[in-house]
Write a protein that binds this ligand. Sequence first.
Ligand code: LLP
Length: 438
Amino acid sequence: HGTSRVNARGHLEIGGCDTTELVRTYGTPLYVYDEALIREKCRAYVKAFEASGFRFQVAYASKAFMCMAMCQLVMEENMSLDVVSGGELYTALKAGFPAERIHFHGNNKTEEELSMALDAGIGCFVVDNFFELELLHDLAQKKDRVVPVMLRLTPGIEAHTHEYISTGQDDSKFGFGVASGQALQAVKRALDKPFYKLLGIHSHIGSQIFETTGFIGAIEVLSAFLEQVRDETKYEVEVLNLGGGFGIRYTEEDDPLPVGEYIKVITEGVRRQFTARAYPLPEIWIEPGRSIVGDAGTTLYTVGSIKDIPGIRKYVAIDGGMSDNIRPALYQAKYEAMLANRAGEEAEETVSIAGKCCESGDMLIWDYALPKANPGDILAVSCTGAYGYSMANNYNRIRRPAVIFVKDGEAEVVVERETYQDLVKNDRVVPRVLSRTI
Ligand code: LLP
């Protein structure tokens, strides 16, 4: 997919770059992003909305993969950006991302984070709960600034995805429940607050969703809710934000729709539901993360130790693992892989790909057919572009890999590989005298 192909030397090539050469230059593990494919995804969303006739904003959910270069790319594609922490906000502002196109999410934004976002003049705060509803308003009042807000609601929809990434159900840490009546209460309170400009409502039902029924269900619940709000308060929203969650194909088991299809279903659903209620058509915002960057990312590893337990299993270990991709351990996520330096060869044996962390659960792929791997081979795991680098960690004091963008035969480092010095940068050595008395 994308610009990936097997070249004449039998090597995996991405963005016109031979992956074996990338490895020689940048080392492993290495996250390689196909820049053209990311841009293609961005444009597919924008195009689908343009065709719908709706006013819209496509906000890239930066939690999926965030660094300054990614912010620059999103900026160039004229999209908006969804951030969920002071760190993501800081990165965006540092990259020169226009504040008015930044939306701030999160179920426990701190006073410091809210102040930072207020001072930057971001485009929208997605208020998650009653505590924040008061806190943000107090801050806005102190700064004498009217701020654009949106309320995050939980519409009571099951999204049919992994339990850890389902967020639309009533029993959730996120948002104001529609069924419980808290959503209505929140809208009324927000409307009463002079330093709020209520743009509309938001819902995000979950992640890695294939079926459109969840989105349609959410639109139904939300439009009925908005009708009730109008009856009671006369208020009509300008914006309806339907979150992200559009699924991608990690393996053959996954069957997502093309990006444009989801948008078609959503825009038609909104048109139908709102028209039936004689409600003015809102501007539609969405927040895709995974579907923008997921399949554009490939992780390259070097094969090291190989352990064969005859009749039981063969473990092929690579020089990364749950430190750069925690998804298999956390969600039993499945991936596909290939030997990048022998990409043309047929599979000969079934092996399991083990990470190098001190943890039995650190397995990237179980029972997978590959050519007979040898130490020094390069293993490419595909579709690691979302929630790989962004969830990477320093467990076992493993250094986080470098990230590169490739396009038209050129590679650009967008995140340097961590160094050993980076790992001890914030450590402080205890004075000897003190350590003796402990
Ligand atoms: N908007 C909101 C409010 C969200 O909570 C999320 C994801 C998104 C947008 C973007 O969803 P996406 O389009 O990427 O599915 N770490 C998990 C995924 C967690 C998603 C959290 N929220 C994973 O690796 O599968």
